[in-house]
Design a protein around this ligand. Structure first.
Ligand code: NAD
Length: 462
């Protein structure tokens, strides 16, 4: 059986791309505006879908999904013309007279595979970049957030050009079947384990790709900082989305002098934000499914949490939990937590904290709370990660002017703002030469005199 008979949408998209429709500036602009209309007109339904999937509050949905996406669309619309312009470069004297430039061309038909934890954002943010770059796009939302997956499928088919954008819903088997087809670019957000499989599938067709993966994001709290502000920001970033954020602080490394102060303020902040019983808070999300719920129960085994630790299978509730005296060889420190459990580890010297980070794999984000510029510079210089945020958390990922992506095991490739446009574009170089002047110099036969002259010319003017 032909693969495009299994997914007839793909043949439609390819034909649209080949007709050049999506390369047009006005088409790109109209689709971005239509996507914005979807986000505005369906804001309430989107909020309901996310609430049904894992009890995410409308405020968090606005902050981290619809609001962010609308900003990304605005930013793309504002800069799109400039991004699409050919980029002139100056060319060396020996290629004169001539002109050099590169154009950013769409790849063709791209596949965007989303994760469930920001189920709208992780499908539509890459889609914004893909449309802006002039591609046809297939969006595959996560089956683990079924209500959001459905609203994406319904919304995109009603608001966008169906001959250029389509949504294919389903889980692993459907995605594997989809990947049997040749795409011109793959954009995957998800776990490291599945990321490997995606890369394997990409190799078959030699398809270029971006992998947005996870990892353990450390947060260092130095002694020279306002500990109360640090605690409030850590609590906000850790328990947003129920801790199910790829760039959430996975664990805290705190200077031993301020450890008890930090732990005090962290507990105070949790109670301030979610009340005495977070299970009753309308702002505290649930764990996405039973499998992850049991994973957290298992991780908690053997710990006496300093705070929280309560779980309820009914609704998959796991309380905001603080774990003290965790050693770096504990099981919870071996892989990404991706939930509302926060280990806090005290260090004596900054070098000890940096050693712990360096022993692990390169994280997606690294956080530092310190007012000392020397400490700030040292931490950035002696660590590696996808991104860094100093004296705050998460916001480096929502700033449209900063490229967002992983490094090493947390992925490769970047997006957001122009970085997204560039990722979904192929940079095609063009050198245009004049037919005037055609000296004999470059052509054989190469006498030794000619060769010596050529050597000098290339060395001086190339
Ligand atoms: P996942 O890897 O289980 O699934 C991601 C997507 O892959 C889903 O759409 C799923 O349907 C599909 N999939 C699952 N099995 C597949 C297979 N065998 N072949 C092909 N496709 C398959 O990830 P998840 O549980 O949805 O998301 C959580 C992970 O994603 C965490 O590790 C988190 O850190 C990471 N994440 C990273 C970012 C980032 O921007 N770097 C953002 C969000 C989440």
């Amino acid at each position: 059986m032909q693969k495009d008979q299994v997914f007839p949408e793909l043949a439609v998209l390819r034909e649209t791309f080949e007709r050049g429709i999506t390369r047009n500036f006005l088409w790109r602009q109209s689709q971005l505006l239509a996507l914005d209309s979807f986000l505005i007109e369906c804001e309430r339904d989107i909020a309901t879908a996310l609430h049904d999937d894992f009890r995410k509050s409308p405020a968090e949905t606005f902050l981290t999904e619809t609001g962010y996406l609308r900003g990304e669309i605005r930013f793309a619309l504002k800069h799109l013309k400039r991004w699409m312009n050919p980029h002139r470069v100056s060319i060396p004297l020996i290629y004169q007279p001539g002109k050099g430039y590169y154009i950013r061309e769409p790849y063709g038909v791209v596949l965007i595979i989303g994760a469930w934890n920001y189920p709208l954002n992780l499908c539509l943010a890459p889609l914004i970049s893909s449309i802006a770059a002039g591609n046809c796009s297939v969006v595959k939302p996560s089956e683990n957030a079924p209500h959001t997956s459905k609203i994406i499928a319904d919304g995109l088919s009603s608001y966008l050009d169906r001959s250029a954008v389509c949504v294919i819903e389903g889980g692993a088997e459907k995605t594997k079947a989809l990947l049997e087809n040749r795409f011109d670019y793959l954009f995957f957000t998800g776990s490291q384990a599945i990321g490997r499989e995606i890369m394997h599938a990409a190799a078959k067709h030699l398809t270029p790709l971006t992998l947005e993966l996870g990892g353990k994001c450390p947060c260092i709290v130095d002694e020279n900082v306002d500990i109360k502000v640090a605690a409030r920001r850590i609590v906000w970033a850790k328990f947003l989305n129920g801790g199910q954020t790829c760039i959430a602080p996975d664990y805290v490394l705190v200077h031993e002098i301020v450890e008890s102060q930090l732990l005090h303020y962290i507990q105070e902040a949790i109670t301030d934000f979610y009340g005495k019983d977070p299970q009753l808070s309308p702002d505290y999300p649930r764990i996405i499914n039973e499998q992850h719920f049991h994973r957290f129960e298992k991780l908690l085994d053997g710990f006496s949490p300093l705070f929280g630790g309560i779980t309820d299978h009914n609704g998959y509730y796991v309380a905001p939990t603080i774990l003290q005296d965790v050693t770096s060889d504990a099981e919870i420190m071996q892989s990404e937590i991706f939930g509302p459990l926060l280990p806090v580890i005290a260090y004596k010297k900054l070098g000890d904290a940096l050693d712990i980070i360096q022993r692990g794999m390169k994280p997606l984000a690294l956080y530092l709370f310190s007012s000392d510029p020397k400490v700030q510079a040292r931490v950035v210089r002696h660590s590696q990660s996808g991104g860094v945020c100093i004296n705050d958390l998460l916001f480096h990922a929502s700033c449209h002017r900063l490229p967002f992506g992983g490094n090493g095991s947390s992925g490769f490739g970047t997006y957001h703002g122009q970085a997204g446009f560039d990722t979904f574009s192929f940079q095609r170089s063009v050198l245009k030469r004049s037919l005037y002047l055609d000296p004999d110099l470059r052509y054989p036969p190469y006498s030794s005199r000619k060769f010596n002259f050529l050597k000098r010319l290339v060395t001086l003017f190339h």
